[in-house]
Design a protein around this ligand. Structure first.
Ligand code: HEM
Length: 267
């Protein structure tokens, strides 16, 4: 129904063949709904800056060339590990220490943890989604819009759908969720700009090594920084939650491997 056919492989040998043959610009099928949102539905906002996730060819390459020097830096680990540890502590506190039981809505807590972690980098702030009292309206709304995005995209892109021809309620709802992600991300980016301007006014000067990813992206261009933040939120949450859940399941089924991990000392 207008979508491309594609094949999923789980064999690393196939990955090698693809990587060795993709040329300078990889062609990644999929993300048609997200492309529609950025190219057509909200063309007024994106103005040709369509990010990394839904783009191809030179458009993709130009965007990556702009953001890579900021993002592809191993030293970013040093910049964020303390803030990430703080988020991890809050996550662990959601598990009952006495009974060692996870809460009933554990998947929801895992998703909050991954969004909270990605936000530390993408939005330069913690949203407070793991705190007992932390139900800040804007953050909860962002969480909901992203959740709808994962669910609706999977539905519209993986199953036969007439969304390209008829705007049924599902694609309409997806466009609304994507509008929401865009609006809330923009608001958080504005907040970060205000914070940085206030700091600059009182004479705070940070060395390059202490400037955040968002701060450096903003120096390139505000639109690039905002769209990159959206891409991180959209690509980093569900992927990490699924991988983490699978890792937990493997560990749960293999107690002897848990013992190995407990015996590890990290220096
Ligand atoms: C275990 C967790 C993750 C998995 C399994 C995963 C997997 C993937 C895959 C398969 C792609 C597509 C690559 C391609 O089309 O060539 C991708 C792209 C991407 N991921 Fe992840 N990802 C994870 C975590 C994250 C996180 C935490 C972030 C951001 C904070 C992130 C940001 C992105 C972005 C921005 C892209 C698009 C890159 C581009 O098109 O140039 N991902 N990821």
């Amino acid at each position: 129904m207008g979508g491309t056919s594609y094949l999923m492989t789980h064999n690393p040998k196939d990955f090698e063949v693809v990587f060795r043959n993709e040329g300078v610009w990889p062609h990644r099928p999929g993300s048609d709904t997200l492309r529609y949102h950025r190219k057509t539905h909200r063309k007024d906002f994106f103005q040709g800056v369509e990010g990394a996730l839904p783009t191809q060819g030179k458009t993709w390459s130009d965007f990556r060339s702009a953001v890579n020097p900021v993002l592809m830096q191993p030293k970013n680990v040093r910049l964020y590990y303390k803030k990430m540890s703080q988020v991890n502590q809050e996550f662990v506190q959601r598990i009952d220490i006495d009974t060692q039981e996870a809460p009933d809505d554990f998947l929801n807590v895992i998703n909050r943890w991954t969004l909270e972690s990605v936000s530390v980098v993408a939005l330069d702030k913690q949203l407070g989604l793991l705190k007992e009292s932390g139900d800040n309206d804007q953050a909860v709304l962002l969480f909901k819009y992203l959740d709808d995005f994962f669910e609706l995209t999977a539905d519209l892109e993986m199953k036969p759908s007439i969304w390209r021809y008829v705007k049924t309620p599902k694609p309409m709802k997806l466009m609304k969720s994507l509008d929401g992600v865009q609006e809330i991300t923009s608001a958080y980016v504005d907040e970060a700009i205000e914070r940085l301007e206030k700091e600059a006014k009182v004479g705070v000067v940070r060395p390059e090594s202490e400037q955040s990813v968002l701060e450096k992206l903003l120096k390139i261009d505000k639109k690039v920084a905002t769209v990159m933040a959206m891409d991180m939120l959209m690509a980093g949450v569900d992927t990490t939650s699924s991988t983490f859940t699978a890792a937990l399941l493997c560990l749960a089924k293999n107690p002897e491997k848990q013992a190995v991990l407990r015996g590890l000392r990290i220096h």
